[in-house]
Design a protein around this ligand. Sequence first.
Ligand SMILES: Cc1cc2nc3c(=O)[nH]c(=O)nc-3n(C[C@H](O)[C@H](O)[C@H](O)COP(=O)(O)OP(=O)(O)OC[C@H]3O[C@@H](n4cnc5c(N)ncnc54)[C@H](O)[C@@H]3O)c2cc1C
Ligand code: SF4
Length: 537
Amino acid sequence: MTGATLRLVLGDQLSPTISSLRDSHLGNDTVLIAEVMSEATYVRHHKKKIAFLFSAMRHFAEELRQAGHRVIYVRLDDADNTGSLYGEVSRHADMMRADRIVVTEPGEWRLKADMEGWAVRLARPVDILEDDRFLCSHVEFRRWAANRKELRMEFFYREMRRRHDILMDAAGKPEGGRWNFDSDNRRSLRGHEAIPRRPDMIMDAVTRQVIDLVERVFAQHFGDIEPFDFAVTSIEAERLMEWFFRHALPYFGDYQDAMQQGAPFLFHSLLSPYLNCGLLDPRELCRRAETEWRKGRAPLNAVEGFIRQILGWREFIRGVYWLEMPGYARSNALAATRPLPWFYWSGQTAMNCIAQVVGETRRNAYAHHIQRLMVTGNFALLAGIAPAEVEAWYLAVYADAYDWVELPNTHGMALFADGGRLASKPYAASGKYIQRMSDYCRPCRYDVKQTLGSTACPFNALYWDFLSRNADRLGRNPRLAMPYRNLARMPASQRQAISLKAAEILASLDDSDRGSHPAPAEQMPLLLAGNDQADMT
Ligand SMILES: Cc1cc2nc3c(=O)[nH]c(=O)nc-3n(C[C@H](O)[C@H](O)[C@H](O)COP(=O)(O)OP(=O)(O)OC[C@H]3O[C@@H](n4cnc5c(N)ncnc54)[C@H](O)[C@@H]3O)c2cc1C
Ligand code: SF4
């Protein structure tokens, strides 16, 4: 028999088949799961995110016990809790005289770098195993990326489809004759379909206890904790997955890019928190989605679109993270340096689109992709907000946010701070895009058709000013040829007026950011005045 092994399981590793548990010796080894202050507070995570993860961790520990594992579970308020992962590993390794530590690699460069120093500090071997819950390993991604100047998801995705034989026909060609049905997936909703009601989740005593703890300890963190409607076990998460396949997947493709006031979820799956913490398995999700199409229960554009998000985007984003870190986070290709406006936290702005998205984010710890990319992300891009500030916000406010997935999405996709390593052009858009894809503009105090004047939509002047400001960096990008041609056609006087308008908007952002707490509504400049339309409870 080998000596005792301490097996550390992190909060986003709640999968019974995770590599760190695979060769576990039930009678001899101990599993350690710990709620620690350092991880809960290095950004001020949304209250719902902390409650979701602590409750899921507590349930998972109980499942492991039922399966015969010896489990040490450290609660946040345990008197001896040292407050850090290293502290807990060190304490328990000493107590049980562990010969070695086994852990699956974390999803964050910061923590992995720290863990790589543990063996010396603990004077014991620390085996950091690969996280093979993903469909593309680090080696495979590195091989794919080698010698490519630009990394493009579409080519990676095709290779993943072939390698994993997903949505392929007998002749090895993509089903439906095309790899990608994205051009079919851009409908705005405008009352076309009834949005299905999500199933209610029943809160048990464990979750109730965690909610009380979070309310007590993290009262200053962003977000509403109730109503709490997250699944906290794999069985519940699978129930939500089945609900999605049955009620929302058939419409997922058509309305993937749509936004609607008062309808935060539309036909999205809301499965990312469960995928990212291990309660659901990405392989299983892709296979199940494919079955829905093969059985004629969902159209190909929906199923291909959904599979592309998981097999394509999710794996690609992770590959980029581990390939490019740590330098990736430090790049700032568009030299963006403005502080994050406080309305990202308060939601108090007359820009209805932002007020809606921030309000929903506060209530649900969720916003769907187009809200993240084309509303809050787009505004931060156009206004030149410092990438690190925007990234800290996204990492804090969403229940599915972990560095490996949040960072490339924000830094590369939303902010173009990597200069195009990940995306072929910045996702910059004027108010016209938001108007086309949503109903936010109708009740907004601003006029989406205006670029100049006191009631003009701020996105418009900021958009043209963004192009103008970054002409040296972006002007030769072939995918931006059309907007740059349009900019060049504008009379000099109009360009000057736009630049003055943009400067006025940006100055009002700077004014608003002087204090860390919201100013009373009556003292706010027009751009930042409280929005009567927004539900900001
Ligand atoms: C600025 C910004 C920040 C983001 N931060 C995160 C984050 O912290 N965590 C996160 O999981 N996703 C992030 N995304 C990607 C995407 O917005 C979310 O995965 C998605 O909104 C989750 O909601 P859903 O489960 O309803 O997704 P659906 O629309 O139902 O999509 C299905 C699944 O595909 C996966 N997926 C879709 N797009 C992406 C993507 N771009 N990258 C990775 N996975 C994807 C998710 O696992 C998702 O559950 C971010 C996107 C942007 C633009
Ligand atoms: S008018 Fe402009 S600020 Fe108002 S909702 Fe539309 S895009 Fe947003």
